[in-house]
Design a protein around this ligand. Structure first.
Ligand code: RUB
Length: 275
């Protein structure tokens, strides 16, 4: 793919999910890294710290660090798969929302290692990323029950654990992910269902892009309602924060850790993410 094609696909969500966006972003960076191109890449999904962090890392030395960044993503996911697949119990039900490559990769790994389980997932309006999840898992031979978003409580009540992805992890331990994620967390807590966030730790946002006062990404109203009646304002909020006290643990390449310990470990392992 050429530079402009990658940028277009990130912008219009043909490439979606924080990790895929970051990987595609650094591929674009490898092709073009003059000041304007860098600015363009960073502007595609401005509230995705994984993209921002990966670009920052690669820009230090494009030739040397591009392969290192790709290697990081690959190796981190292998570890996330190991840790995550271990917590999937035989004959259990897993709930997930939206499409997270970290989550689907864990589930595929668990299936390959002989675990038998079922997944309940929600369609995730307005862009229906839940369908990508359902399709991917079904192709891997995993049984999937698909629900409309407003049936989330019913779907979740059936589950033994909930797994979601992350777009950003703040220094406060708050996790940003697709709209609906804190609702999942609150319902899970109400029914004592363990709630895990599955993520590459490069999604840590030291500057806390959202917390800095930057608004959470609001996408086009047209995604929700093509031609709404006059007087109706569409609020297409794409993400929300999950409070750390609702999170059982964060599953990353650094292990299965509470949000607080996760932040400590990220800063220990990747000091360059601080600045
Ligand atoms: C996708 C989304 C995903 C995270 C994590 O939103 O919220 O849960 O990005 O994904 P969108 P991953 O479709 O708007 O990008 O685990 O693949 O990084």
């Amino acid at each position: 793919m050429d530079f402009n094609t990658i940028c277009r696909k990130i912008k219009n969500l043909e490439i979606q999910g924080a990790a895929n966006v970051a990987k595609a972003g650094v591929q674009a960076l490898k092709l073009k890294h003059d000041a304007n191109s860098v600015k363009k890449i960073l502007s595609l999904r401005p509230t995705e710290p994984c993209l921002q962090n990966a670009v920052k890392f690669v820009l230090q030395d494009v030739k040397k660090n591009y392969p290192l960044a790709m290697h990081h993503f690959e190796e981190a996911q292998k570890k996330i798969d190991e840790y995550g697949a271990n917590i999937i119990k035989q004959n259990s039900i897993i709930f997930t929302h939206c499409h997270s490559s970290a989550v689907t990769s864990i589930l595929q790994k668990a299936k390959k290692s002989g675990k038998n389980f079922e997944v309940c997932n929600t369609e995730t309006r307005p862009k229906f990323q839940g369908r990508i999840t359902a399709e991917e898992l079904a192709k891997a031979g995993i049984k999937v029950s698909h629900f409309v978003d407003s049936a989330m409580r019913i779907a979740l009540k059936k589950a033994d654990i909930a797994l979601i992805g992350a777009d950003a992890i703040m220094s406060s331990g708050k996790v940003a992910n697709k709209i609906g994620s804190e609702l999942v967390a609150e319902v899970a807590n109400r029914y004592d269902i363990p709630f895990y966030v599955c993520t590459d730790s490069w999604k840590f946002d030291h500057e806390s892009a959202f917390g800095k006062g930057v608004e959470i990404e609001k996408r086009s109203p047209k995604e929700v309602w093509e031609k709404p009646p006059k007087g109706v304002t569409i609020n297409n909020v794409a993400f929300e924060f999950v409070n750390p006290n609702l999170i059982t643990a964060i599953i990353s390449e650094l292990g299965i850790l509470t949000p607080e310990t996760f932040i400590e470990e990220v800063l220990k392992n990747y000091p360059w993410l601080k600045g």
